[in-house]
Design a protein around this ligand. Structure first.
Ligand code: GLV
Ligand code: GLV
Length: 319
C-alpha cells in the first residue's frame, strides 16, 4: 500500500509502533507527554488514521477537520471520549482494546477490594511513620472478605472476571446488569438482583459498567443510603458513574465504610474531599496498567489501524 499517515497522540509501551512505521509515516514522533489539543487539531487534517487515548476528546470538532481519516483507534476499552455516532456518519471506523485488558483490570479491582478491606495503605503509612509499636489485638482491624457477598454492577467481560475471582474466596456473588445473563448465572454461580436489592445485599460493590447517559451518576446519595454501613465500594469503571460529592459525604458520615477508586469524575482532578479521608484508597487510573497488557493493547491498535488502512473492517471495530 502507499504510505499512509498516522497520528499517534502519545508514545505507547512495547514495540508495536515500530512495526507500524514499517508501513506508515507518523505525522509526528510519539511523545512521552500529553498532546495539547491545539496540536491535535493542527495535525489531524493530514491523518489517515488516529491512535488516541481515553483522556482525549475526539468530538465533532476533531472529526470534521479530518477528511482523510479512516479509523480512530482508542487505546482503551472504554470509548466514551469519542463521538462514535458522528464518526460513523463520517464513514470512520472506531476501535477499542477489549479482552486483552480484562484480567488486569479485574486484578486491580481485587487489589483495591483487599486493600480497603484490610486497610493496607493505612498500615503502610503507620509503619513508615515509625508508629508500629508492636502487635496489638485491636490494631487496624479490617473486614473479612471470605464468605461475604460481592455485588457486581455491570456484568461485561470485566465484571465477569471480577466475579470469577470471588469463587476462590468462597463468596456469594450477586449481579445487576442492563441485560440479565442467565447462561452465565448457572455457569459461574451468580444471582441476578435489581440494582437496589444488590446495593442492600452486598458487602462489596464493584462497578464495572461502561459510561453512558444511563450510567452517569448511577450511584449517588440515594444509592449510598441503600448500602450497608459496612459496605465497601470499588470503582474501576469510570468516575462519572458515581456522584463523587455524594461519595465523599457517604464516606465522611459513615454511610458506607470505605471505597477503593481507580477512576474519578473529573480526571485528573480528584475531589478534594477524598484526599483527606483515610477510608478511601486512591489509584491513578491504572486498571489496565501492566507491562504485558499495555504492550498487547498497543499491538491491537496498530493491527486495527493497518487493517482499516488496507480497506478492511478492523477486528475491534465498534461501529
Ligand atoms: C481504561 O479505563 C480503559 O477504558 O481501557
Ligand atoms: C467492558 O467493555 C468490559 O470489557 O467489561
Amino acid at each position: 500500500m502507499d504510505r499512509k499517515k498516522v497520528l499517534i497522540t502519545r508514545d505507547l509501551p512495547g514495540d508495536a509502533i515500530k512495526f507500524l512505521e514499517a508501513d506508515c509515516d507518523l505525522l509526528c514522533a510519539p511523545s512521552k507527554d500529553e498532546m495539547p489539543r491545539a496540536r491535535l487539531l493542527e495535525l489531524i487534517p493530514e491523518a489517515d488514521a488516529l491512535i488516541c487515548l481515553l483522556s482525549e476528546k475526539i468530538d465533532k470538532e476533531v472529526i470534521s477537520k479530518a477528511p482523510k481519516l479512516k479509523v480512530i483507534s482508542n487505546y482503551a476499552v472504554g470509548y466514551n471520549n469519542i463521538d462514535v455516532e458522528f464518526a460513523t456518519k463520517s464513514g470512520i471506523y472506531v476501535t477499542n482494546t477489549p479482552d486483552v485488558l480484562t484480567e488486569a483490570t479485574a486484578d486491580l479491582a481485587w487489589a483495591l477490594l483487599l486493600c480497603t478491606a484490610r486497610r493496607i495503605v493505612e498500615g503502610d503509612s503507620l509503619v513508615r511513620q515509625n508508629q508500629f509499636t508492636g502487635w496489638a489485638p485491636d490494631l487496624l482491624l479490617g473486614l473479612d472478605v471470605s464468605c461475604k457477598t460481592l455485588g457486581i454492577v455491570g456484568l461485561g467481560r470485566i465484571g465477569l472476571a471480577v466475579a470469577r475471582r470471588a469463587s476462590g474466596f468462597g463468596m456469594k456473588v450477586v449481579y445487576w446488569s442492563k441485560k440479565r445473563k442467565e447462561d452465565l448465572e448457572e455457569k459461574y454461580n451468580l444471582e441476578y438482583e435489581t440494582l437496589d436489592d444488590l446495593l442492600e445485599l452486598a458487602d462489596f460493590v464493584s462497578l464495572n459498567v461502561a459510561l453512558t447517559e444511563e450510567t452517569h451518576h448511577l450511584i449517588g446519595q440515594r444509592e449510598f443510603s441503600l448500602m450497608k454501613k459496612s459496605a465497601i465500594l470499588i470503582n474501576t469503571a469510570r468516575g462519572q458513574v458515581v456522584d463523587e460529592a455524594a461519595l465523599v459525604e457517604a464516606l465522611k458520615s459513615g454511610q458506607i465504610r470505605a471505597a477503593g477508586l481507580d477512576v474519578y469524575e473529573n480526571e485528573p482532578q480528584v475531589h478534594p474531599g477524598l484526599l483527606g479521608l483515610e477510608n478511601v484508597v486512591l489509584a491513578p487510573h491504572v486498571g489496565s496498567g501492566t507491562i504485558d497488557t499495555r504492550a498487547k493493547m498497543a499491538e491491537m491498535v496498530v493491527l486495527d489501524v493497518l487493517t482499516a488502512l488496507k480497506g478492511h473492517k478492523p477486528i475491534n471495530a465498534i461501529n
